[in-house]
Ligand binder design. Sequence first.
Ligand code: F0G
Length: 414
Amino acid sequence: MTTAKLQCIACQQDFPLWELRYECGCGGLLEVAHSVKGKSELKDLVEQRLLSRKPWDRSGVWRFREAVVPLETSELVTHQEGQTGLYDIDTLQDWTGCPGLLLKHEGENPSGSFKDRGMTAAVSAAKKLGMNRLACASTGNTSSSLAAYAARAGAQALVFLPAGKVSLGKMAQTLGYGAQALAIRGDFDDAMRIVRELALAGEVYMVNSLNPFRIEGQKTIIWELLQDLEWNPPDWIVVPGGNLGNTSAFGKAIEEAYQWGWIKKKPRLAVIQASGANPFFTSFQAGFKNLVAMQAETIATAIRIGNPVNYQRAKQAIERTQGLVAAVDDASILAAKAAIDRAGVGCEPASAATLAGLKELIRSGVVCKTQRVVAILTGHMLKDTDAIFASQTLQSHEVDANATAIRSLLAALR
Ligand code: F0G
């Protein structure tokens, strides 16, 4: 039904799918180019698989396997990722001023973030390639995800983290799943530079989103939400941007779904950055002339990235979907997070950038109130508990262990 190869996004040179390679000789990034025969049959097959009980059909990634990475089901390293909920939450529709808002919560993935969708693909590919020493740079979610999937594959996970800048929850997961952690005296961009160097020298297999298989897995966030909307696309999809892997994956997923006739119109992408880590926003404002790397700083540690490696792909994604890039400050991110948490949904700070950005886009009239919008929440609330405890409005009281003391406390609180 499908064949696939690696292709340079800059000069279009082809390489075999299973050649170990991250970049083209011209310096361009690589992507998996699929040739799909029976495009509508594939869409029907994906519908039928919703009734299956097989783990690879229940996975929200491998349900689409022919158009993700063509592997045998026996070759997949899966935790049944994906299958995340699409929520219609009136309090958050009111808060953003967007009645047509739906939220897709990628924090419901096995390790608590969307990274699992890319990681199942990258680690399955690593196994196919016979690579046993897997590495990533990370602000904490990629490392947690790699640790979980490497454990499942019986491979070694080496994670490069900015020392002192990873939340406790992410650090605990990464170590608990058995990864070897290297705390770099530097930031995420330094860690990324080192992993890239080691990978190009053949010393480790890199599973950051420079790895084309990561992008393939993350495409399924879009396909799954389109399937849940019965292939009737929203007007906008809003997502936070850091290293821009998701932005790239979303652009590719939308383009393929459109080219293959799965959808009749393309949703527009709105990428939201933190204003202290906004090189993509600055470049967008200057007509995408170039990317100027910056020293990044934001409360949303997951997107504290000043030199996003997927810039080329992400720029294409914005151009092809007539998308936009916006930036929001940390105070707006925390206000959005508080609203999301109080709605009983919860997310980590980086995810909350989506609603902070959407609220601003609605206020300024860029997104119309009548439009249908899907906002992606990328990580679980428990990923960053410090950001919860920083809130001024938490209600917790220590009290003597008897009903009388409790009654008088409750009366005083009223
Ligand atoms: N949201 C969360 C919760 C993230 O962890 C990340 C990235 C992003 C958004 C940004 O996604 O990089 O595809 O633009 N986290 C990476 C990590 C960098 O190492 O966990 P992106």
